[in-house]
Design a protein around this ligand. Sequence first.
Ligand code: GDP
Length: 461
Amino acid sequence: MHNDTIVALATPSGSGAIAIIRLSGKDAIAIASSVFKSVSGKTLQNQKTHTIHLGHIVDGNKTLDEILVSVFKNPNSYTGEDVIEVSCHGSLYIQQEIIQLFLRKGCRMAAAGEFTLRAFLNGKLDLSQAEAVADLISSDNEAAHQIAMQQMRGGFSSEIARLREELLNFASLIELELDFAEEDVEFADRTQFKELIERITFVLKRLIDSFAVGNVIKNGIPVAIVGEPNVGKSTLLNALLNEERAIVSEIAGTTRDTIEDEISIGGFGFRFIDTAGIRETKDVVESIGIKKTFEKIEQSQVTIYLFDASKTIDSLEEVRIEIEKIRNKYPQKPLLVIANKIDRLDDTQLAKINTTIADVLLLSAKTGFGVEQLTNSLLNLINTGALRNNETIVTNTRHYDALLKAFEEIQKVKHGLDTDLSGDLLAIDIRQALYHFGEITGEITNDDLLGNIFANFCIGK
Ligand code: GDP
């Protein structure tokens, strides 16, 4: 239990209908009690945990606000300590006055993430669950939300903790063998141990592989939209966005620099990067734009090549060659080819596009024709299987690194078992693997690590 009591605003700063101020620590209830006059005349200290009380907050003989106070007594609170939540009216002035009052009464201003840090230190949640709290707060699409929720409920760390437990068991048995080295006994059944290592390898591999999906879900899937000026890139983005956010302009070459827009499609965040085309040019600014286009394709997971079908109907061969250029340069990268402005074309012309350009999607950003097919194609490109099957997905780079290291160590253990490595050397590799497992769940931490993790939280969480 910490000695000091911390206070912070838990709701966003600014004015709103109500604001919530939180206190956590051993004096939380006493401090709140000293400035609270309940309507019923009861004192807060005598109230049961998980109860709410109406009253006034007073500073000397000045009444600051009419408030609701929620009481959570340790250990049954978010932090595991005594927690008070004051719901006051959301004026900036009131919020500040109440916080100042609590500070004068002996609270200390909470650091970023300090409530969750205390929850972690008091064993209310493990480290990966604590990290999921931050992910949950920042999740802005369905997929990111689902993963954060799952991680917060402990789905991922409980699996790791279980395996760690089993591994620890074997480590102890092997270390015990070392104590009886002269007698040449085997406490740890090698066949069972091999079976466990196989299981761990399988789980680790699945979790490591899931990071590719997890990462795109958390950060959005980058999509480069490539096309000459005026082919309708911004209009297409707007059609996808359903609101006029990107700049639409008649002047050729206005999208010289890149614009990024994140759009949620089917619950996934897609980051569209609007780039200049790749046509030959003598204009210096334009050729910088073209260099950028290639850079953006490289950074993206998917490329959309957009061309103006009405303008190029007599020069489709050139378009085809340009598409080939991109395909040849990035053979591994999914490329969606879109013929835009088809509202200006007749059936014969549409047929001509279909026969000249392979796998082309006919679209009109203006009328919206083909936009749904585009969003379906985009969704088909990402592997959403793991998410649909509710499998655990790793989104956190720190976890990913620890999993990779654990995997490496487990491979060493496996090799050791296969080659009848001596128990003392085997034990070293197992301990290393255990260490990396522990890094994920927080059995093994240090102040720097905790500092880094919780510094990224908001104050008040
Ligand atoms: P960008 O330079 O590639 O971003 O192109 P814009 O989105 O600014 O579009 C250039 C012009 O083409 C604008 O006047 C748009 O209204 C027009 N435009 C875009 N898409 C379509 C379409 O599908 N059909 C028609 N007829 N015009 C379009």
